[in-house]
Design a protein around this ligand. Structure first.
Ligand code: GLU
Length: 282
């Protein structure tokens, strides 16, 4: 049952769920709710629950937050199957997936800075901010090669070309039903210039490599699922079932964030709140 760490795990059980936190801060009650929901879904079916540390962003992730995540989950009484995967150890796997998309002619280097994109007069706004106006999509091969040799680049998926190749796609959300793929954010980044990969690519590669059948996560990632479904189709990877849950709100009505120090599991624990009380409130 144990599989090569960088390869595909052999999965016997019908359901595999995961909790995939980024160690950029302390977990709060919302994370506990999400992890608990994924854990319950797996355990109720006699399936597997795995833990994956999404630490590709070396500019923001810290080892002490990873230790705190492990301690918080243990305190909550959640157990997981198999080794903990760390995305920072899988860079070559993500690079191979990127290379495949480049070879398919569906990815292009992008030299624009955030400021360039924000300044593009016609940039329309999607749910997650400005839609990339496509500036670098039309660079000719010679300019691309020349600039690639001289400056760092991000890589973007050419969404129109990708959808033309994949044909219409859909994915299923447990509460909102079937969704037709529509990528509102435009040509999204599949490799950041600073870290060489990006969340969207790493997450689809790893969900497939770990045999994840059911993705339980917050509603904030609902929109991103469209692009992930498209990447799955292009890379020939299976599509999990999705369970996006509402985000927990703080006393001020705003969604909980890692900066809400009073709501972190560590702070609640220090105040004497018990795991049972946290789990009952999730
Ligand atoms: N690593 C992401 C986060 O902490 C979650 C990714 C996912 O569940 O797909 O927000």
């Amino acid at each position: 049952m144990t599989a090569p760490y960088l390869g595909v795990e052999t999965v016997d059980n019908s359901i595999t769920t995961r909790f995939a936190p980024s160690p950029t801060g302390l977990l709060h009650r919302g994370h506990a709710a999400s992890a608990m929901a994924a854990w319950r879904l797996a355990r109720a079916a006699g399936g597997r629950f795995i833990l994956r540390i999404e630490d590709i962003d070396s500019t923001r992730c810290r080892p002490e937050f990873e230790s705190a995540i492990l301690a918080d989950l243990a305190w909550l009484g959640l157990d997981w199957d198999g080794p903990v995967w760390r995305q920072s150890e899988r860079t070559p796997v993500y690079r191979a997936a990127l290379d495949r998309l480049i070879e398919m002619g569906l990815a292009y280097p992008c030299f624009c800075t955030r400021a360039d994109i924000a300044a593009a007069a016609s940039a329309p706004h999607g749910p997650e901010g400005p839609v990339y106006p496509g500036t670098c999509r039309s660079l000719d091969a010679a300019t691309r090669a020349c600039r690639l040799a001289a400056e760092p680049a991000a890589w973007r998926l050419d969404v129109a070309a990708a959808l033309a190749r994949s044909g219409p796609l859909r994915w299923h959300d447990a509460t909102q039903g079937w969704q037709r793929v529509a990528v509102a954010e435009g040509d999204f980044v599949i490799a950041r210039r600073d870290i060489g990969t990006a969340y969207a690519l790493a997450v689809v590669v790893d969900d497939a490599a770990q045999g994840v059948t059911d993705v339980v996560r917050g509603q904030d990632l609902f929109t991103a699922t469209h692009g992930q479904r498209l990447l799955q189709a292009l890379l020939g990877l299976p599509t999990p079932r999705y369970h996006h849950h509402p985000l927990l709100l703080g006393a001020d009505g705003r969604r909980l964030a890692k900066r809400d120090a009073g709501e972190t599991l560590a702070a609640l624990r220090a105040k004497g709140v018990t795991p049972a009380e946290i789990l009952a409130s999730t």
